[in-house]
Design a binder for this molecule. Structure first.
Ligand SMILES: Cc1cn([C@H]2C[C@H](O)[C@@H](COP(=O)(O)OP(=O)(O)O[C@H]3O[C@H](C)C(=O)[C@H](O)[C@H]3O)O2)c(=O)[nH]c1=O
Length: 188
């Protein structure tokens, strides 16, 4: 399993090996023992799967506040997408900074996003499917969103904001400047 660090501590690009043959390939998309041996000690309890029909669909920037904050392990099951994590931990030296990674069925990459980060993505192909593991259960009362095109975060999505396909919730999400983050940096 290849693990690459990003500019945000704790946000990792994980690429499991694929075993190809004349039929196609096999890959262990998650193995907790191998992850623990690599220093990734996150227990996941819920798997999510969403389909976005059109190119330029944006979902995010989302979070669940404590006590149901979620770490996520994200991958692309079909098509391709640009996946983004934003550090939302008060006191973090990288507070408000973002990283983005192209995830696709072809590249098999996964993005590990710790709790305390906002998450969002934009699709690059039609009928793109995202599948991701979460370290806590869905808690709608803790669900929140920040504008994907927030000017202080400044994510380069590769799509004009006015052309983005959004949910009603995301279209009226709060600005980062107005966001009173529930997350606190704990020194790692
Ligand atoms: C997240 C979630 C949603 N739902 C229900 C609630 C709604 O009736 C429906 C669609 O929910 P929503 O519009 O919040 O889905 P997304 O816009 O894809 O949100 C997700 O996308 C971003 C990128 C994320 O990282 C989060 O997992 C999540 O916020 O699924 C559930 O039943 N369980 C769940 O865990």
């Amino acid at each position: 399993m290849d693990i690459q660090k990003t500019e945000l501590a704790g946000v990792l690009i994980i690429t499991p090996p694929r075993f190809g043959d004349h039929r196609g390939f096999f890959s262990e998309s998650w193995n907790s023992a191998r992850a623990k041996a690599a220093g990734i000690d996150t227990d996941f309890v819920q798997d999510n799967h969403s389909l976005s029909r059109d190119v330029g669909t944006v979902r995010g920037l989302h979070f669940q506040s404590p006590p149901h904050a979620q770490a996520k392990l994200v991958r692309c099951g079909r098509g391709s997408l640009f996946d983004v994590a934003v550090d939302a931990r008060k006191g973090s030296p990288t507070y408000g900074r973002w990283v983005g990674v192209e995830l696709s069925f072809e590249n098999g990459r996964q993005l590990l996003i710790p709790a305390g980060f906002l998450h969002g993505f934009v699709t690059r192909e039609p009928d793109t499917e995202i599948v991701y593991k979460c370290s806590d259960y869905y808690a709608p009362e803790c669900d929140g969103a920040v504008r994907f095109d927030d000017p202080t975060i400044g994510i380069d999505w590769g799509v004009a904001p006015e052309a983005a396909i959004l949910s009603e919730k995301d279209a009226k999400a709060q600005l980062f400047a107005d966001f009173d983050s529930p997350f606190v940096f704990e020194g790692s």
